[in-house]
Design a protein around this ligand. Structure first.
Ligand SMILES: NC(=O)c1ccc[n+]([C@@H]2O[C@H](COP(=O)([O-])OP(=O)(O)OC[C@H]3O[C@@H](n4cnc5c(N)ncnc54)[C@H](OP(=O)(O)O)[C@@H]3O)[C@@H](O)[C@H]2O)c1
Length: 248
């Protein structure tokens, strides 16, 4: 895949899971990567150390994306490190909560929308001034936006909102040569889908897919790196299913 040497990237929620895998994939292709985290400072520093060990460039930056001004604070930190040029934004940080309609509280609902929808929206808004022709934005959708899996109505709605934003963002930014896409993972073995560690959870996940193994974070991270690269230069406004053939 294209060498990303000289490119700058921000990956939110890169301390763990899919964000971490995306950051490592981008760094492997040569990009300088900003490793954003919420509270897992130690894990984020480990990702930075891993990238630097292979002569890559990385820095960790913290911001609470549940806070209304979190994206604005994060964008200021990004600009203080990369200056006026951001090539790749992966808005990956997210939260999930399994709860039925009856069990979902207003607080849960607001938090899900704050982290999963409001934060990516305002992060894009705040970073647009330093994005340019050839920049790529990747958002995180989910299988849950397109199929009923588990009991996740509020979470699923946040991911449906992401699919809508992809269309509007890509339409608005195409004339500037900025691409906007999303990936929609199925079940991936991360902290968010820790149910895959039980036999019952594993069987449930495998029952959704045509591929009979559980996805690892790098199965999605590599697809995100592809979308960020110039090999994907003609892809915009799309949500790519990265789910091992789930719910076919
Ligand atoms: N895993 C799956 O099965 C799956 C399936 C479909 C879609 N997705 C989507 O993929 C993305 C990544 O999921 P994952 O499974 O990798 O999740 P994960 O392992 O739980 O990691 C979540 C990441 O988001 C960050 N984060 C959460 N709340 C935050 C906040 N308030 N402020 C700042 N950062 C915050 C965390 O930072 P800290 O570590 O610092 O707390 C962490 O780095 C999410 O958008 C998720 O909805 C996941």
């Amino acid at each position: 895949m294209t060498n990303l040497k000289g490119k700058t990237a921000l990956v939110t929620g890169a301390s763990r899971g899919i964000g971490r895998a995306s950051a490592l994939a981008l760094a492997k292709l040569g990009a300088q990567v900003l490793i954003h985290y919420g509270s897992a400072a130690k894990e984020a520093e480990e990702v930075v150390a891993e990238i630097r060990k292979s002569d890559g460039k990385a820095d960790a930056i913290a911001a609470d994306l549940a806070a209304a001004d979190g994206p604005h604070k994060l964008a200021r930190q990004v600009r203080s490190i990369v200056g006026d040029r951001l090539d790749i934004l992966v808005a990956n940080a997210g939260v999930a909560k399994s709860a039925s309609i009856e069990e979902t509280t207003v607080e849960d609902f607001d938090r899900l929308f704050a982290v999963n929808v409001r934060a990516p929206f305002f992060l894009v808004q705040q970073l647009l001034p330093i994005m340019h022709e050839g920049s790529s934005i990747v958002l995180l959708s989910s299988l849950a936006a397109h199929a009923v899996v588990g009991s996740l109505p509020a979470y699923a709605a946040t991911k449906g909102a992401i699919d809508t934003l992809v269309k509007h963002f890509s339409s608005a930014l195409g004339a500037r040569g900025i691409r906007v896409n999303a990936v929609a993972p199925g079940v991936v073995a991360t902290d968010m889908s820790s149910f895959t560690k039980t036999n019952e959870g594993r069987d449930y996940a495998l029952g959704l897919q045509t591929f009979k193994r559980i996805a690892q974070a790098d199965d999605v991270g590599d697809a995100i790196a592809f979308l960020a690269s110039s090999e994907a230069r003609w892809i915009t406004g799309d949500t790519i299913h990265v789910d091992g053939g789930s719910k076919l």
